[in-house]
Design a binder for this molecule. Structure first.
Ligand code: SF4
Length: 306
């Protein structure tokens, strides 16, 4: 006899999983805000909304956290309508009005500018993002926002680290908090600890009115897309790797890298005193073959004294 699916139990399970996800998202965002002192009393946080899942989740989670935060702060949502053909300009205002959150839609036809300046077939994204950044900084000043919040998440930050290594030969990531390149704003990334897969599930659960990101017709950044495929493949085969890479960005041992400007390799001297934190020299560099084998220690013969 076939077992009858227990609908109530399935629904209970789904509710439980959603609650767990909500708690995790709130905890991780709260933790990132605390760890990097992202939001201070009296801040006006400008949440940049592209209409994608990440910025929707960022606004949603910040609004929820603000209700119970001991730190008073304001939120203003901002969307830049870049006049891409087919951009559904009513969607975000309608949604933001329904949330009761103050918002501003900045209309600037950057689409025509990039189309005019970039030859056909080349990617538009680099100029487009530069223009967008400048406009958002100006708007932040006009709105007297003290923080600019972006929806980049953990996976974006790890992908950026790898892209900089693979294609730029530089150990550089995407920081959770930084001063803007014009020196006038503080940019924060409260989703720094959040996994993209969690945001995908959350967006589906919340049913955000997502605006597709391919309206401009530009090709996706191929290098970033390749890195993302690679990361997802690693994560599928060896779960936990993205988390480890993200954590590694906050645990850096400068003496074990090769930047001569950051560590005084040239003047290193033996101290003559043991250091419990010190390097174990060769202990960590077992060859890959040995690392795969269980380690067996044989008693060592005492060194011959001549
Ligand atoms: S995908 Fe389109 S809108 Fe997005 S940065 Fe690239 S050119 Fe601009």
């Amino acid at each position: 006899m076939n077992a009858v699916p227990d609908t109530a139990a399935t629904e209970r399970r789904a509710r439980f999983e959603t609650n767990k996800l909500a708690k995790r998202l709130h905890r991780q965002v709260g933790q990132a805000i605390r760890d990097f002192n992202m939001i201070e009393p009296g801040d006006k946080v400008m949440v940049c909304m592209s209409g994608g899942k990440d910025s929707h989740a960022l606004l949603d989670i910040l609004l929820a956290l603000r209700v119970r935060s001991p730190v008073p702060f304001d939120i203003v949502a901002v969307n830049l309508d870049q006049k891409q053909p087919g951009f559904p300009e009513h969607v975000l205002p309608q949604y933001l009005r329904s949330l009761g959150v103050p918002f501003h839609i900045e209309q600037q036809d950057t689409y025509s500018i990039v189309k005019r300046l970039i030859p056909e077939g080349q990617t538009l994204c680099s100029l487009c993002s530069r223009l967008r950044r400048g406009i958002l900084y100006r708007v932040a000043g006009e709105l007297k926002a003290t923080k600019i919040a972006l929806g980049h998440h953990r996976d974006d930050m790890v992908a950026t680290l790898l892209m900089n290594m693979f294609f730029g030969a530089r150990l550089k990531g995407m920081p959770p908090k930084l001063v803007s390149d014009d020196g006038r704003h503080v940019v924060i990334r409260p989703l720094a600890y959040v996994a993209e897969s969690d945001l995908e599930r959350w967006a589906e659960h919340r049913g955000y009115p997502i605006i597709p990101c391919d309206l401009c017709g530009s090709q996706q950044d191929l290098q970033r897309a390749q890195i993302k495929v690679m990361l997802r493949d690693w994560e599928r085969r060896y779960p936990g790797r993205i988390d480890n890479m993200a954590a590694a960005m906050g645990r850096i041992t400068l003496s074990h890298l090769m930047d001569r400007n950051l560590h005084p390799f040239a003047t290193l001297q033996a101290t003559g005193a043991p250091d419990v934190q010190g390097d174990k020299a060769f202990d960590d560099d077992a060859c890959s073959n040995a690392a795969a084998q269980p380690v067996q220690f044989a008693p060592r013969a005492a060194p011959a004294v001549r």
